[in-house]
Design a protein around this ligand. Structure first.
Ligand SMILES: Nc1nc2c(ncn2[C@@H]2O[C@H](COP(=O)(O)OP(=O)(O)OP(=O)(O)O)[C@@H](O)[C@H]2O)c(=O)[nH]1
Ligand SMILES: [Mg+2]
Length: 204
């Protein structure tokens, strides 16, 4: 659920990067952080284990533009992909405004992609979100792999609804900003459908 900070005229939106373990979610966050101007970004918080696996989440805030009189601020999170961290993933999806599903193009990860996507839809429904209307963008990551699963096959397997999608090689920074821009566009489209964003003003 978006919220507005009335004093600073800021509209805040929450984006969660989701996907199977090792698909490149943390890499997306690192590249995005590096590409965001210093004055527009907050500190990148990454909580990982010795083997560089995300233990809890990665997060940073970024100012990304304006909507009318409002500054638009994203709160970006990436979940831990390993299956046993589901409670954490579910908690991170609370009040989400947009999701990026980072799929792994490695042919050996087909089943893992499907399981992670099903897990995303299950968790969203359990939290009362409607996966049909929530902005979700697919990122086909690791396109640099010589034996990468063809994009057509990934689309057929994971994206029969034909939501927006981007081909990427996140460790090279390719497709990272495009992905973020697509999910931002989807979220702003929903906010613009309302007469006045100030209805999101925090009452606390
Ligand atoms: N070849 C290739 N490797 C990539 C790409 N993106 C990320 N990687 C590598 O994949 C590995 C896992 O990346 P992470 O970003 O840590 O993956 P993650 O999705 O955050 O993993 P978890 O936190 O365990 O869920 C790292 O060694 C990355 O350098 C890519 O586009 N191509
Ligand atoms: Mg990670």
């Amino acid at each position: 659920m978006p919220y507005v900070l009335p004093k600073s005229q800021t509209l805040c939106l929450k984006v969660v990067y989701y996907g199977p373990g090792r698909s490149g979610k943390t890499t997306n966050m690192e590249r995005l952080h590096a590409e965001t101007p210093e004055e527009a970004r907050g500190r990148l918080l990454t909580l990982d284990t010795d083997e560089e696996r995300t233990l809890f989440f990665d997060h940073f805030p970024a100012l990304v533009g304006k909507l009318g009189a409002y500054r638009v601020k994203l709160h970006l999170y990436s979940v831990p992909g390993q299956s046993f961290y589901n409670n954490t993933r579910k908690a991170l999806l609370q009040n989400v405004d947009g999701v990026v599903f980072v799929a792994d193009s490695d042919p050996g990860r087909e089943a893992a992609n499907l399981t992670a996507l099903q897990n995303l839809y299950d968790n969203l429904r359990r939290l009362g979100h409607d996966p049909e209307t929530l902005p979700i963008v697919f990122q086909w990551n690791k396109r640099d792999l010589p034996d990468a699963t063809p994009i057509k096959a990934l689309e057929a397997m994971l994206n029969p609804e034909r939501r927006p999608s981007v081909a990427a090689a996140a460790h090279l920074g390719k497709g990272v900003m495009e992905t973020r821009n697509l999910v931002l566009r989807g979220m702003l489209k929903q906010v613009r459908g309302l007469q006045d964003v100030s209805i999101y003003a925090q009452t606390a």
